[in-house]
Design a protein around this ligand. Structure first.
Ligand code: KG4
Ligand code: ZN
Length: 281
């Protein structure tokens, strides 16, 4: 997979760059800064992005700004948004590689409160879909299956304790056990619905614990799994019950999964808040 990903990056990067400039109707000379994703991610793909960004920066004579992918998922919630976060804020990252809760006392002051000890939540969805015989990415498939399913399977809540850490590998093992035990009798729709429900319950419980400690004024939810409409609604409904004054920021669905716009907005905030330059939003 890393080799395939690298080949596709090399094959597509130029076309992506041309298309992005043409859709944004921007000439290269109008660009003020060049940002790229430094980490985390597949090294070989990050390296391709870095090389292209460095070349552009040198050619256009514009500053080069390396940024963090996970921070991008959090700042994606500020795209097309008039309102700003109020601090302290909590950020829940739910993606294919990460499940983490951060406290933010100001822009770029991240304090890690808890994270998964094994699989990420997206990985759990992806592996579960594969166990049921579907393809990658599993998240959107599970979401679609769950639309016509019922919450009938009793799935475990791993790491149901007082910590802010998560664990998802036990859920995948339980799904594997059910698939082996029930064979063709398994109801994919009900299992998908049950999985979404237990994941929503886990995220809500851990987030509430973090909020009780931090009394955050803002809760931000980002990462590919935040594209899931059921999880977005479930979390929003519950957070409002804790305190209806909490500001909830979730990126628009098209900016929830990996995208370059989130790297753009993150860089805008970084330039203005961290480096003290002035940039237009
Ligand atoms: O953030 P992302 O695009 O890539 C990483 O940084 O990992 O997240 C990808 C993850 C995958 O596990 C994918 O199955 C999941 O996000 N995902 C979803 C949905 N769309 C993508 N999970 C649940 N429901 C969705 N609609
Ligand atoms: Zn991501």
């Amino acid at each position: 997979m890393p080799n395939l990903a690298a080949k596709l990056h090399i094959k597509n990067i130029q076309q992506v760059l041309y298309q992005a400039l043409s859709e944004a109707k921007i000439l290269p000379k109008k660009i003020d800064y060049i940002a790229y994703t430094k980490n985390p991610g597949l090294i070989i793909c990050l390296q391709i992005g870095k090389t292209v960004a460095e070349t552009l920066s040198l050619y256009l004579n514009k500053p080069l700004i390396p940024v963090n992918h996970l921070e991008g998922h959090i700042y994606a919630s500020l795209i097309n948004q008039e309102k700003e976060w109020e601090f302290p804020a909590l950020a829940l990252i739910i993606s294919g590689g990460h499940t983490q809760i951060y406290q933010l006392n100001n822009h770029f002051e991240f304090v890690l409160l808890g994270e998964t000890l094994d699989d990420a939540i997206g990985e759990c969805l992806d592996k579960s879909a594969i166990l049921l015989g579907y393809n990658y990415p599993g998240g959107p498939i599970i979401e679609k299956l769950a639309l016509t399913g019922k919450n009938t399977y009793q799935l475990p809540f791993p790491k149901n304790d007082d910590s802010l850490d998560f664990s998802f590998s036990g859920l995948k093992s339980e799904i594997s056990r059910l698939v082996n035990q029930e064979g063709k009798k398994i109801n994919d729709n009900n299992l998908a619905c049950s999985l979404q429900n237990i994941l929503a319950e886990i995220l809500t419980k851990k987030l509430k614990k973090a909020w009780t400690i931090s009394r955050a004024k803002t809760i931000i939810i980002g990462g590919g799994v935040s594209a899931n409409k059921f999880l977005r609604n479930y979390l929003t409904k519950n957070i409002k019950k804790w305190d209806k004054e909490i500001k909830i920021f979730i990126p628009e669905i098209k900016y929830s999964t990996d995208n370059a716009a989130m790297i753009g907005i993150l860089t805008y905030y970084k330039i203005n808040f961290k480096y003290g330059f002035q940039a237009k939003k």
